[in-house]
Design a protein. Structure first.
Length: 98
């Protein structure tokens, strides 16, 4: 992974005024991924959107890590079901056009 696709976790925490332990807890729960290079922790850029949603849930809505984990799991299931529904609709449209 290239270094230009990584953000130093401490810089992210300072900029967003987020506790470093919060990021570690999310990583420990498997909700986000971090990268350890040369004894420094980094956030991959592709994790930022997900992380910012979790920050909003925790700091603005006062939802704990376990609640964020449950919400994340449910949102993943909704995405999966939406994809499955789209596939089924496409198949139905195919047979409807015959």
């Amino acid at each position: 992974m290239e270094n230009n696709n990584l953000i130093l976790t401490t810089q992210f925490c300072e900029f967003h005024q987020v506790e470093f332990t919060f990021i570690n807890s999310l990583n420990d729960f498997g909700l986000i991924e971090t990268v350890l290079l040369e004894d420094k922790q980094y956030l991959p850029v592709d994790q930022l959107k997900k992380l910012e949603k979790m920050i909003h849930l925790h700091y603005d809505l006062d939802i704990n890590i376990e609640g964020i984990e449950a919400i994340s799991h449910l949102l993943q299931r909704v995405d999966h079901l939406n994809a499955e529904l789209k596939t089924i609709k496409n198949k139905l449209d195919f047979y409807r056009d015959l």
